[in-house]
Write a protein that binds this ligand. Structure first.
Ligand code: ADE
Length: 390
């Protein structure tokens, strides 16, 4: 992660978080641990909890804890312990918060409002979390400045698209050891994550069906060369189903009875609500653990397989996005956290400052030894003028 490494060497001199408490709720795998370590080297007291019960890697948690970060996370915990860990992180009275999915923001605005006054700001990593912050901002209930890191160009164009595309297919392949070529992959949702998954599945030789509720995204999927249809029509055709909508009950009781024997279901969205596994379990007349991370449900003569309990397949069944991708996402998080530590802002939802997005892009280009052109003064004048006609 060369971009984060550049930030680390700067932080060791400038200590931008000296005297500050930073609370993180993140998927704890190696790239996350490195980022938390960078915050600590930047002078912060850092406390971290997991942002999903199945996405903490225990060896990574132990290593991070040994390097001076307060870790409240372990793999496979139940809802009670998951929330206890979040409270333990908030007990450190954070000044800056880094959230993935909005759980810390939610607790701060409900059960831990006594801490709000000390929070200078929060950075949110994911689409789901940003949607929630936007809903709070619309109701004027957001009580601190929050930065929508997800919406930076250096985040969603790469992390959501290429990161989710690759890590989702990685999770499916590692877990099932099935061939993708020649199969039908149904991708629910054609946002940046869905686009990336559909692209990678197509590249691996699958026939891809996209389901959507947004007519514009549906046309986009159609023109990108994918079959587009409602889930009820896709259900009998799919070998693999991947949800990436952010919405609940995308695959549910209407669809399970229509599916082929051996259909594999998984989710790439933040919460485990997209595939209604509870409904599937209630409808099933048998269930078994087929392999690690595969639970199989029998509906009459057919078996339907669910990966990673319907939780984020790329993290619950694999290692999350590749390091080259998280390098940019976490560089943005670090720079935005630094910005919040140094800047007093009014409560509200803010975009990532353009200068930070461009800086991360330039650092990434330099890390990849890529050079680009620069506008001449005449070109800049041309682009900013309205006086040139045909
Ligand atoms: N690794 C750490 N956080 C991640 C995220 N939000 N998505 C994918 N991989 C990750």
């Amino acid at each position: 992660m060369p971009v984060v490494a550049m930030i680390l060497s700067r932080y060791r001199d400038s200590l931008p978080f000296a005297g500050m408490n930073v609370a993180c709720c993140l998927h704890l795998e190696a790239k996350t641990a490195y980022t938390a370590y960078v915050l600590k080297e930047g002078g912060a007291r850092v406390a971290l909890c997991g942002s999903n019960p199945l996405t903490t890697q225990d060896d990574v948690a132990a290593a991070l804890s040994a390097r001076g970060v307060e870790v409240h996370a372990r793999y496979g915990l139940d809802a009670k312990e998951y929330y206890e860990n979040m409270h333990a992180v908030l007990d450190t009275r954070p000044n800056v918060v880094i959230d993935d999915g909005g759980d810390l923001a939610h607790l701060l605005h409900t059960e831990r409002t006594e801490l709000l006054a000390g929070v200078r700001g929060l950075c949110e990593e994911t689409t789901t979390g940003v949607l929630r912050l936007a809903a709070m901002a619309r109701e004027s209930s957001l009580r601190f400045p929050a930065i929508a890191v997800n919406d930076a160009r250096c985040k969603h164009l790469f992390d959501n698209r290429y990161g989710t595309g690759q890590s989702t297919m990685d999770g499916i392949m590692r877990t099932t050891n099935r061939i993708i070529a020649g199969k039908t992959v149904v991708v629910a949702g054609y946002g940046w994550c869905g686009k990336g998954i559909a692209l990678r599945a197509k590249g691996m030789g699958a026939r891809v069906i996209v389901t959507e509720v947004d007519p514009v995204k549906a046309i986009e999927a159609h023109m990108d060369g994918f079959a587009v249809m409602p889930m009820a029509d896709a259900a009998p055709q799919g070998d693999f189903f991947v949800t990436a909508t952010g919405c609940a009950d995308v695959i549910s009781h209407d669809h399970f009875p229509l599916m082929k024997d051996g259909a594999v279901l998984c989710n790439a969205g933040h919460f485990d609500v997209e595939v209604n596994v509870r409904r599937l379990a209630a409808m099933a007349d048998g269930r078994k653990q087929s392999r690690a991370n595969i639970e199989s449900f029998r509906l009459g003569s057919r078996w339907i397989h669910v990966l990673g309990e319907g939780r984020l397949v790329n993290l619950a069944c694999a290692d999350g996005h590749p390091a080259e991708i998280m390098d940019m996402s976490f560089a943005l998080q670090l720079r935005c956290a630094e910005y919040l530590a140094a800047t007093a802002l009014e409560p509200g939802l803010y975009p990532v400052p353009e200068a930070i997005d461009m800086e991360v892009a330039r650092m990434k280009l330099s890390a990849e030894s890529l050079a680009i052109d620069t506008l001449t003064q005449a070109q800049e004048a041309y682009l900013s003028s309205w006086r040139h006609g045909t």
